[in-house]
Design a protein. Structure first.
Length: 129
């Protein structure tokens, strides 16, 4: 399960990020890395019931609801990798903003915008806009 999950995790989040996370893990933290990789990235992400795009969209909504902008940034990049469009990310965050609250939505939009700008998926605002 670990090897299959690791392959999926690298494909979605990027090998550089995943390998750095594993390299930083001491013996104590490696237990968490293993359970995350095996359960989330193999058992859940590799199930046939939902495609990766749908799983990415769900993660964006859930991470907004939980108020986890650092994880949201990671999953915005993963969503782009999985073929989710900027317009779809915007729609998910708008939906989550209404149901989770404007402060949670604002935090999610800011986190997503940072990633989308860095990835060149959106253009920076012009001065005076």
């Amino acid at each position: 399960m670990f090897d299959r999950g690791l392959r999926t995790r690298r494909e979605v989040l990027g090998a550089e990020y995943v390998d750095a996370s594993l390299a930083r893990a001491d013996e104590f933290m490696m237990a968490f890395q293993r359970v995350t990789t095996e359960l989330a990235w193999d058992y859940v992400w590799n199930r046939p019931g939902l495609d990766r795009r749908t799983r990415s969209l769900l993660n964006l909504a859930m991470l907004t609801a939980l108020g986890k902008p650092a994880e949201l940034k990671l999953h915005v990049k993963g969503a782009l990798t999985n073929g989710v469009t900027v317009a779809e990310i915007e729609e998910v965050l708008l939906q989550a903003s209404v149901y989770c609250g404007i402060p949670a939505g604002l935090e999610a939009f800011r986190a997503a915008d940072e990633v989308l700008l860095a990835e060149g998926a959106v253009a920076p605002a012009e001065a005076g806009e």
